[in-house]
Design a protein around this ligand. Structure first.
Ligand code: BTN
Length: 323
């Protein structure tokens, strides 16, 4: 009920309780409970006698039909499902993939109750302020041949975010999407299938669209958001359509030729290219060196005192910079 009421108010205009009840086919008291739940969730609602209720700020909520329209003929590659609330779109899509769901299935959610990030971290989101979705893509190759996929996905996201008015978007190995203010988007890829193929990738993407103090308070690193960067209201349906369009191009190219054709573009977008960095390894050791790019399999190439090393995991930070 609360989600339906929120959708009815999303445009930021006044709507009378009666009109909302009529629109949703429910009683006035059901609308009242919906408004109460929305307010309890932290949304600011104005109530004016004779005019009704309105959200103090309009919300761009997801609408599968609009995303399909915006994708045009490209929409044929996708099956789009928009969920109000889910534990994690990645968790759900992994289950659906195991049940045989088709390549191109997208699960997008307004709210995630157990969003997951890389390295077992939680991923925070908030209704209308973040864009959270997962895309299932099936490959003829085995999972081992898909090394570099997460970097390819980073290129697609950077293209879409730049086209959405944030030309300062950069990438940080392996797949953080950053603006000068902090992290703008994250990518979590999970695989299924045989070593020799075929395989399936669940590509989970979370984007900070609008600054939300509740999200910022729950995260222990600097965060950026697209609306602050562009100074404009972002249409989340358009952003999702742009991301899917870029992803379908990049994934088709990746399926045919791997990461190699995308490597130069990735390196151009890499914020630490040719910089002195420390790589903090999962075992707690760190490795110092100069970033010399990435290999065809997505490994970071680090020029160290012991020569050029290929690194497959770790957290990169600028040498001398505060962590
Ligand atoms: C990261 O740690 O940088 C990756 C964050 C990935 C978050 C997205 S939100 C949609 C999808 N569902 C999840 O539970 N996680 C991913």
């Amino acid at each position: 009920m609360a989600f339906q009421t929120l959708r009815a108010l999303a445009d930021g205009a006044f709507h009378s309780g009666e009109a909302i009840a009529g629109m949703l086919g429910v009683t006035r008291s059901a609308v009242w409970y919906g408004i109460r739940d929305i307010a309890a969730a932290g949304f600011e609602i104005e109530k004016v006698r004779g005019r009704g209720y309105r959200l103090s700020r309009a919300l761009s909520l997801l609408d599968a039909g609009r995303v399909k329209d915006l994708l045009g003929t490209g929409s044929a590659k996708f099956v789009l499902e928009v969920l109000d609330r889910v534990d994690s779109t990645n968790t759900r899509l992994m289950l659906r993939a195991a049940e045989g769901a088709p390549s191109g299935l997208v699960l997008a959610a307004e709210a995630q109750t157990a969003g997951r990030g890389r390295r077992g971290r939680a991923w925070q989101s908030s209704i209308g302020s973040t864009l959270t979705f997962s895309l299932l893509w099936r490959f003829a190759q085995g999972a081992r041949e898909l090394a570099g996929l997460s970097l390819a996905v980073g290129v697609a996201l950077a293209r879409a975010l730049r086209a959405s008015g944030a030309p300062g978007v950069v990438l940080k190995w392996p797949n953080d999407v950053l603006l000068p203010a902090g992290k703008l988007a994250g990518i979590l890829i999970e695989m299924q299938g045989d070593v020799l193929g075929p395989s399936a990738a669940v590509i989970g993407i979370g984007v900070n669209v609008r600054a939300d103090p509740r999200v910022a308070a729950a995260v222990d690193q600097p965060m950026a958001d697209l609306e602050s960067a562009t100074g404009a209201t972002v249409d989340r349906n358009q952003l999702l359509a742009r991301m899917l369009a870029e992803l379908s191009g990049v994934l088709a190219q990746f399926a045919g030729s791997g990461f190699a054709p995308l490597r130069a573009e990735w390196q151009q977008l890499h914020t630490f290219q040719d910089r002195r960095v420390n790589l903090l390894l999962p075992d707690g050791e760190s490795r110092a060196g100069i970033v010399r790019g990435v290999a065809g399999d997505g490994a970071l190439l680090l020029e160290t005192s012991a020569g050029l090393q290929r690194c497959h995991s770790g957290e990169v930070s600028l040498r001398g910079a505060a962590a």
